[in-house]
Design a protein around this ligand. Structure first.
Ligand SMILES: [Zn+2]
Length: 328
């Protein structure tokens, strides 16, 4: 195996850094290191810590990588290997990350944003194997996405293709972190679900006539404190029969269906893969997403909507695929 080129995959996530080694064609990691970030760090700290992880792996393995692939949590000019900024950490603005890593680790490096990397990871190693056109969407604190078209990553002119989180799905709806209203992210992300639940709990009676008593189980789970409500608790309460939580799940999933239907109308993928914490919200969420998408999609359009297979490791596997492409 000593002549086989070694691939180094790096993932700069919002809460953690991960580095791993694999061989081309392998579906398992040869070695894997993860570091949970303390709060308040900057880009320099993250870069230095990641280099430490990489050097540890390389030292243990006894030889350097032949190529490096990087998944980054923020907008990236992939072709230039340049990070525009981080969604999570200050100090990353306009960092030539591919160039820095290549100089430090003496191997060519490729960088892409985490959603594009995860799409590539699922396509090569996970739930997207065997299809030609896929949309990957991650629904967690935010909502991001990436395309594979004709078996190749499709990034668009600015590397921003697939950013479905800022598609308007509810004009005049909830305010989005981007400053606009009614974006998919503002209507269907984890924080959006918690926000909607708090809003309904605070209402005496809403349009559908929900009594204030509904949501009792959700409040119990949150120790009686609305500010402690999370999407995960909403999903749990919904599964236990809490009507207010079920309504929140349905409405959030319906908004996602609006966004997905728009994407299907434009690109006609054969598969949509949904990942991220919110995709673990249970059967009601999945059924509503599928029904709402289909209800707004042309009858001639066939599409499978399936769960992601690689979980938290999807961007890292995408990074491995990026590294492999550098070998050509
Ligand atoms: Zn937005």
């Amino acid at each position: 195996m000593t002549s086989t080129p070694l691939l180094l995959a790096l993932d700069f996530g919002g809460t953690k850094l991960t580095a791993a080694l694999t061989y081309p064609g392998e579906h398992t990691w040869l070695a894997h290191r993860r570091f949970f970030l303390p709060s308040g760090v900057d880009g320099r700290y993250e870069y230095d810590t990641m280099l430490d992880l990489a050097h540890d792996l390389i030292e243990e393995n006894g030889r350097p990588p032949a190529a490096i692939g990087v998944s980054f949590g923020g907008p990236v000019y992939a072709r230039a290997g340049l990070v525009k900024r981080s969604f999570h950490t200050p100090g990353w603005e306009n960092t030539p990350l591919a160039e820095w890593l290549a100089a430090e680790l003496k191997a060519p490096a490729a960088v892409d944003n985490d959603a594009n990397a995860a799409a590539l990871g699922e396509f090569r190693f996970g739930a997207g194997q065997g299809c030609q056109h896929l949309l990957y969407v991650t629904i967690s604190t935010g909502i991001g996405g990436g395309w594979i078209i004709n078996g190749q990553p499709y990034a668009g002119a600015d590397g921003m293709a697939g950013e479905i989180g800022h598609l308007t799905v509810q004009p005049g709806g909830f305010v989005c972190p981007c400053g606009r209203q009614g974006c998919l992210e503002a209507e269907a992300s984890g924080p959006a679900m918690a926000h909607r639940a708090r809003l309904y709990l605070a209402k005496k009676k809403d349009k559908s006539g929900s009594a204030p008593g509904r949501g009792k189980r959700l409040l119990q789970l949150a120790d009686g404190k609305p500010e402690k409500i999370t999407a995960q608790l909403v999903a749990q309460a919904a599964a236990e029969g809490d009507k207010l939580s079920q309504r929140v799940i349905r409405e959030s999933a319906e908004r996602l269906g609006v966004g997905l239907a728009g994407a299907l109308a434009l690109m006609n993928p054969d598969r949509v893969i949904l990942g991220g914490g919110v995709s673990k919200s249970g059967e009601l969420w999945w059924q509503t997403v599928r029904d709402a998408t289909r209800a707004q999609t042309n009858a001639e359009t066939s599409v499978e909507i399936v769960p992601a297979a690689l979980g938290d490791d999807a961007p890292l596997w995408g990074a491995a695929a990026l590294a492999k492409e550098m070998l050509r």
